[in-house]
Design a protein around this ligand. Structure first.
Ligand code: PBG
Length: 325
């Protein structure tokens, strides 16, 4: 008889043979910043997540640091939106303010990543410049460059383009370099699927497209070879980290990517994944904590090195307690 149970006999031997080891160092926490003053408002679609004004950044960053989370990904919600997303690259834009505020207070104690995209800033809610009803790839690129440069100028350590335009990694890298930010890192949302899991985020950021959908730029969820092609383009263009998004329905893609790249792999467990677990837990249908732990480990087991998640603080606690990791 093969006695597989020998290695599951007690906690010590189970901890000895554990194949997936997780560190809180690899977690990134997404935060929404809203233009204005003295704001902290709970996001209806994302229980436990808040929109903050930049002047209250300290509150949320202190909370992260208390849990041992020292990497954050910032999103912005401007007051004014227009067809070209002007507030996305405004010097005094909401993300630029938040980054400056955080860097002034914490310096290198916290690593700040910014989402580079236009959908939260455009009146039409699409991720680029429109030509009729089409998002025009090449005329969008200079805008993405400006956004990224403005984030770097505010002090961002890393920019993360999430728009899915072709050629944007090379364009942004060149623009950063030309403007004196050659050391700003770039994490590419390389493999981003057109997903219904983004619903709660679009509610949180007011970024749902006013017509049509994002399927002409985000990826078709039937495809994984195409995902490797997209990742290959971004790697060749100089991305420092490649991201897969969403997480749970795409564990196979994470696995495949991990066998096809030498770059670090980040996974974004998105708003819909968080909301499903939260709400099913609240309804008494599942054990929220247990499912959070299990799904998190699955993303690392698939090959992810980095995890972006709204559960980052709770996961850091779970690792510290020894429940996972
Ligand atoms: C912006 C962006 C989105 C998300 C991250 N960056 C929304 C979208 O593409 O519609 C989704 C994140 C989440 O659902 O948690 N383009």
């Amino acid at each position: 008889m093969n006695r597989g149970r020998i290695l599951r006999k007690n906690p010590l031997v189970r901890s000895l043979v554990r194949e997936t080891r997780i560190s809180g160092d690899s977690l990134i926490y997404p935060i929404f910043f809203e233009e204005g003053r003295d704001i902290k408002s709970e996001i209806g679609s994302l229980e436990g997540q808040f929109r903050y004004s930049p002047d209250r950044a300290k509150e949320v960053i202190d909370e992260c640091l208390d849990h041992g989370v020292n990497k954050v990904l910032l999103f912005g919600i401007p007051k004014e939106k227009d067809t070209v997303g002007t507030q996305a690259y405004a010097e005094e834009g909401v993300v630029q303010q938040a980054v400056a505020e955080i860097k002034k207070e914490y310096g290198n104690e916290i690593y700040v990543v910014t989402d580079v995209c236009m959908c939260e800033y455009t009146s039409h809610g699409h991720c680029g410049i429109l030509n009729g009803h089409d998002v025009d790839n090449d005329s969008t690129l200079p805008y993405l460059e400006r956004i990224a440069v403005s984030h770097a100028a505010a002090g961002a350590d890393m920019v993360a383009p999430s728009d899915m335009m072709d050629g944007r990694v090379a364009a942004i890298k060149a623009a950063l370099s030309a403007n004196g930010y050659k050391d700003t890192a770039l994490m590419s949302y390389a493999i981003k699927y057109a997903s219904s899991f983004y619903g709660p985020f679009r509610d949180a950021a007011g970024s749902a497209p006013s017509f049509g959908d994002r399927r002409s730029y985000q990826m078709d969820f039937h495809n994984s070879r195409e995902a490797m092609k997209e990742a290959g383009y971004d790697e060749a263009e100089g991305a420092d980290i490649l991201m897969v998004k969403p997480a749970l329905s795409y564990l196979d893609v994470i696995k495949e990517l991990s066998q096809n790249t030498d770059l670090p792999i980040a996974t974004y467990s998105v708003s819909g994944e968080y909301a499903m677990i939260k709400n099913a837990g609240k309804a008494g249908l599942i054990d929220e904590y247990g499912v959070m732990c299990e799904t998190t480990v699955s993303m690392y087991r698939a090959g992810s090195d980095i995890l972006i998640t709204y559960f980052a603080k709770e996961i850091a606690d779970a690792i510290r307690k020894g429940d996972i990791g």
